[in-house]
Design a protein around this ligand. Sequence first.
Ligand code: HEM
Ligand code: SF4
Ligand code: SF4
Length: 489
Amino acid sequence: MQSFLVKGHRLYLRIAAKLNWITGTDENPLYFAGQLSFVTFLIAALSGIYLFIFFQIDPAVAYQSVEEISSTLLGSLMRGVHRYSSDAFIVFSLIHFLHTLLLRKYHLKIAWFSGIVMIFVMGLIGLSGFILVWDAKAKLLGLLSAQLLTTLPIFEPTLPIAFVLKDPHLLGGFFRVMLFAHLFFSLGVLILFWIHVMRMNAVRLLPPRNITLGLLALFGILALVVPVRSDLPATSLFLPLHTTWDWYYFAGYQLLRWFSPTLVWVLWVAAGIVLFALPFLPKVQERLALSVPEIDVEQCDGCRQCYLDCPYSAITMRPTTSGSVGQMQRPVFKASIDPALCVRCGICIASCHLQAISVPIPKPLPAQEAEASLLIYACGSSLTVEELHELRKYGTVQPLACIGDLHPAMVAEQWRTGQYSGVMLLHCERCYYRLGPQWTQLRLSRYRRPQLPKDVPTDRITMCPTSASLAECLAAFQQQSEQIDEPVQ
Ligand code: HEM
Ligand code: SF4
Ligand code: SF4
């Protein structure tokens, strides 16, 4: 299964790289699926507040109130935006789910479990939303749900019949429960989302502005061109045989066409068990393996840089001994790594200006020929062992678990040997550990501590994503280096 996921991830990257031609790397939706899930949720929530103001909570008049909302231009626009953003949420969260699954990030248990619960809760929010319209589709949904629920021994077997025959006036209580679910589960999703990202440092919540504006425009245009309309009103007089169908939220019910309700339950529960069990699978380390870094506590001066840099908040500053200032006792804070939270990215080893954090890193691979004079630091999370070896035709290759592990002092030390014509950093397009290239770029351009020593020329260093054409990247870099080498006339 693990190798299947690895292949799947490579395919995902290839598709994303193709999309880069159209969107560019900074605005590729496949790199921002989590943020897009969040922003579509926000759009749905805000447009939902508008609809709620004009909606009547009584099932006898609910349908009519939705019709009135849709009869105005603004109301129809808001209804359309609400529906299309809710549908887009399902698409983006499934892409995000697939991406994290392919990356085998299920070992980040808090994010994984809360993500699954969020999708489940969002499904319930969507279904309750469809019921609120109280049209034939709502009735069909109620019927199918009742059919599923009555296979459980706790529900009355007459529930579906009650649903078909009852006059909508008599369903007020059920209706209020649906509205309550729709609103309060939406608030619940916000809490779940906070839990989802709480162990991540410097988390990015929103996608690039242009993608958000593009999405808003798309939902607006769709709402005007293909306005969302209700089916016929739900009455006790007819069975909902001909209704429209929303594939995004009703896909689970589709199974009822092929299987018995009991088998549908079995399939759902089995899928849930598999998803919840994944984090307990043994970790297979097919990426470059590092161990949990060690901190030399004696050396640590408590500067907090590693604590600020760790992408998964695995480092805490702990009071250790007490230094005394006059009569006052002052705690001395030292960095400490929680191995249970550490994902072994190695980013913290490059954070420490005293180089007090260490972990053994792989040996460099020597250049294939003497003329190959580049020094290449390559991310072992996005390149295979074979690809790392291939790079030797360009120069000496230093594999790293993440480009974020590259300490500026290490670059300086190797540059000063005078053996290299330039330094190339190859990193993931979207860092597997989220923050590696970002921190490295800031450190090497001297905007973040520890900074690159002043004697290393920054124009001899280049960063290139592994998804880009290496040949193009090298050619551009070589041209730049030659220009620097040209004697001034
Ligand atoms: C349902 C709505 C969801 C939203 C709004 C959402 C949003 C996000 C956001 C904004 C991030 C931070 C990404 C970053 O900073 O790079 C994130 C990370 C993550 N999400 Fe979700 N997510 C959702 C569902 C899921 C699901 C269903 C799963 C898997 C079951 C999942 C698993 C993860 C994991 C493992 C991370 C950490 C990724 C990393 O460290 O690189 N999420 N999510
Ligand atoms: S190796 Fe990565 S996850 Fe672990 S403490 Fe260092 S920065 Fe944090
Ligand atoms: S970066 Fe180094 S000195 Fe600063 S807190 Fe971390 S271990 Fe201590």
